[in-house]
Design a protein around this ligand. Structure first.
Ligand SMILES: *Cc1c(COP(=O)(O)O)cnc(C)c1O
Length: 405
């Protein structure tokens, strides 16, 4: 262990258990450790590094803006924010956007908007609004959000939690219909569950959900923090079902891998429930975040990264599905967003990810014993092939029981 790891372990809270590698440099799809060893990044910082590491155009936008104007707070207008919000709305088809920093903050914003919309517009009786979420969800780590998580560890020791949430099975539109009451404000859903294990719902699920929400006057809020911005081969993953939600959350890749930038976007009649003082964030929408966010959106479009994700994602999934190995239970995914679920008694995804690290491939396990792949969208086909070859070799080792779970 080197000095920085010892310092981090001594002075840092133990709320993460990092893999045994100390990264010191990044460029494109590659990361280097402090000894100069190179790794291919098939994890992409949970989809925050969609543009590859230290993308020159984004670094330029960051440094140019940092020299010009930094944080001024939303107490004043800045000459950067409007263009960013306008571009985000134009691309997503939403009317207005509210900038925050982390994904969890964008989701909290969505929850507040949905509740206030329920009281002001839908006329739900005071303090009775309900929001429906899905089993296996991941929307962040605040108290309200972990309060409706179905992962026991995320909740354990953090109660009491805010009331007003109920959970239904993911991928089951009939369960949603049955759970809606006159007090239901919104249905919050990830079009593809990321942390929950790269869970792809049955075809047509989201379209059916959108129909139900419209009929019942319930807001459909898609959390696209991980699945959005080209990750699944569309700008938004909900577009695979031809769905236009009432509101969307974006984050992760929106900051270009450089800094936290998130947005809550919505229809005007939803967003207009916010009055001055109702909600805010000191750093939300600061000039540097706005400049980087705008550059990230422009780069996504101008470098054709969405089509690239669709094309190369199909290749990645085909290559993963072609691996013949009894350890693999299922390969799921869409675009450059893939999960390989392993047979639990044959191998643990965490052990496989550690072995892949030794082989020069960075990945990470998710729930459901799944190894995730969300490489930067700038990856080349030959680089996917190289990484998948390593995956096949490592799984072979496990199948031959050279390595034990
Ligand atoms: C990562 C994630 C979040 C939370 O984002 P943070 O920036 O970690 O707060 C919310 N929703 C989804 C779907 C995510 O994947």
């Amino acid at each position: 262990m080197d000095g920085s790891v010892q310092l981090e372990m001594r002075f840092g809270a133990a709320n993460y258990a990092p893999m045994p590698v100390t990264l010191a440099r990044g460029k494109g799809i590659y990361l280097w450790d402090e000894n100069g060893r190179r790794y291919i990044d098939m994890m992409g910082a949970y989809s925050a590094a969609s543009f590859g590491h230290c993308h020159p155009r984004l670094v330029q936008a960051l440094t140019d803006q940092a020299r010009q104007l930094d944080t001024v707070s939303r107490a004043y207008f800045s000459d950067r924010l409007g263009a960013f919000l306008g571009r985000a709305c134009a691309l997503t088809g939403m009317d207005q956007a509210l900038p925050m920093n982390s994904g969890a903050e964008a989701v909290e914003t969505a929850l507040k908007a949905a509740r206030k919309w329920a009281y002001k517009v839908k006329e739900v009786p005071a303090d009775r609004a309900e929001i429906i979420v899905c089993d296996g969800n991941f929307h962040g780590r605040t108290i309200a959000i972990v309060g409706f998580s179905s992962v026991p560890q995320y909740r354990d020791g953090f109660g009491p939690f805010p009331a007003g949430f109920r959970s239904v099975p993911f991928g089951d539109a009939a369960a949603l219909r049955a759970a809606i009451t006159p007090n239901t404000a919104a249905f919050l859903v990830e079009p593809i569950q990321g942390e929950g294990g790269i869970n792809v719902p049955p075809p047509g699920y989201l379209a059916e959900v959108a129909r139900i929400c419209r009929e019942q006057n319930v807001l459909l809020i898609c959390d696209e923090i991980q699945s959005g911005l080209g990750r699944t081969g569309k700008l938004l993953a909900c577009q695979h079902d031809g769905v236009k939600p009432d509101a969307v959350t974006l984050g992760k890749a929106l900051g270009g891998g450089l800094l936290p930038v998130s947005l809550f976007l919505a229809r005007r009649d939803v967003m207009q429930v916010f009055k001055p003082g109702d909600h805010g964030s000191t750093f939300g929408g600061n000039p540097i975040a706005a400049a980087v966010g705008l550059a990230a959106l422009n780069t996504l479009i101008e470098e054709n990264l969405i089509e690239r994700s669709a094309r190369l994602g199909a290749h990645l999934l085909a290559r993963l599905r072609a691996i013949r190995n009894p350890i693999i239970r299922e390969v799921r995914g869409r675009g450059l967003f893939a999960g390989v679920e392993l047979e639990r008694d044959l191998a643990s995804a965490a052990t496989v990810a550690r072995r892949l690290l030794q082989a020069g491939v960075l990945t990470k396990d998710t729930h459901r014993n799944t190894v995730r792949f969300a490489p930067p969208l700038v990856i080349e086909e030959s680089e996917i092939d190289w990484a998948v070859d390593r995956v096949a070799e490592v799984l072979d080792e496990f199948a031959r029981a050279d390595v034990h779970p």
